[in-house]
Design a protein around this ligand. Structure first.
Ligand SMILES: C[S@@+](CC[C@H](N)C(=O)[O-])C[C@H]1O[C@@H](n2cnc3c(N)ncnc32)[C@H](O)[C@@H]1O
Length: 307
């Protein structure tokens, strides 16, 4: 009789552990590995394994063996430095859930600030917005989501990043956001979007800008593609041509919002002034680091011809 009972039970019923115990143990392991947000990571991994939202974890009683084994494996990989977003396949950016993984840059919280900055600089109800170096599509797709009257063009050149970008663009359209245009092009090479020259209201960009040789935290260096991170010896190798390209694309009064390395709070505004932009300003992120510049294409034409 006892034997029949065991056979008839779900395979993991004799071996269940309270969810709070599993989560506390996962968080301890991640803390011991030196990760900055161990409890949040543990909860997000558990939510991923269980197929529930993080908020619903509190309602769970206990976890069976199979779920615990899967969680243990993910916690071990996270402790070894794999980015959380590569384990869950998802990155949250503004109101969006974007698909990410190896081969594409994981969008960062500080980049979210550029969306507010860009929207504040819009002066027309149906603006044309271009996201240069689009990666997974974070900036451009967030603009399309939050300003549905905008026409959005996203430019990326890396084949792996383009696959994520196209998948995210399709998913956002299926979720009800307006369609966007995805262009495979090198932002440093002319001509870039020649058909849009002088017509763009806003260029948003988070290009590669880390100076070569800068030591990075292991989970950044090992996870994001080098092409997404490094901007040549001084970090400005993509930013210099990009400033020229934006100048060609923008209409008079149009705006550029450009993320940069925290060591470039003076260098990037200088480049913008030298290229003839007006209203050049630099801005900090929530950690107080110099993070992005804003500028406008002067209405009276360029003070100096952008080369
Ligand atoms: C720092 S990532 C930013 C991605 C995205 N904008 C974000 O904020 O999550 C920079 C992106 O620029 C792309 N990239 C680098 N050089 C490029 C180039 N010359 N032309 C087009 N894209 C480029 C990389 O492939 C990468 O996806």
């Amino acid at each position: 009789m006892q034997r029949e009972d065991r056979i008839g039970s779900a395979p993991d019923t004799p071996d269940r552990t309270p969810a709070r115990v599993v989560l506390a143990s996962a968080a301890r392991l991640l803390e011991a590995a030196g990760l900055p947000t161990p409890r949040v990571d543990a909860e997000l991994l558990a939510a991923h394994v269980l197929g529930v939202t993080r908020g619903r974890l509190a309602l769970l009683d206990d976890l069976g063996r199979a779920d615990r084994d899967e969680l243990d494996e993910l916690v071990a990989r996270r402790a070894a430095g794999t980015p959380l977003q590569h384990l869950t396949g998802v990155a949250y950016f503004r109101h969006l859930e974007l698909t990410v993984g190896p081969g594409v840059f994981v969008p960062r919280p500080e980049t979210e600030l550029l969306v507010d900055a860009g929207r504040a600089l819009l002066s027309r109800p149906d603006p044309l917005v271009v996201d240069l170096c689009a990666g997974s599509g974070a900036l451009g797709l967030a603009m399309a989501n939050e300003t549905p009257t905008a026409r959005v063009v996203l430019v990326e050149h890396d084949p792996a990043a383009l696959r994520y970008l196209r998948a995210n663009a399709r998913a956002r359209q299926a979720a009800g956001d307006p369609p966007v245009r995805v262009v495979d092009a090198d932002v440093t090479t002319d001509p870039l979007l020649p058909e849009l020259a002088g017509t763009v209201d806003l260029v948003l960009t988070n290009p590669p800008y880390v100076p070569a040789g800068t030591p990075l935290p292991p989970d950044v260096a090992g996870a994001d593609p080098d092409r997404a991170l490094y901007g040549g010896a001084d970090g400005l190798a993509v930013i210099r041509p990009l400033i020229r390209q934006a100048a060609r694309l923008l209409r008079p009064g149009g705006a550029l919002v450009l993320e940069h390395d925290d060591t470039h709070g003076t260098a990037v505004p200088r480049l913008l002034v030298a290229a003839g932009y007006a209203d050049v300003a630099d801005h900090r992120d929530l950690a107080g680091r110099d993070r992005y510049s804003t500028a406008r294409c002067p209405s009276a034409g360029w003070k100096t011809a952008p080369s």
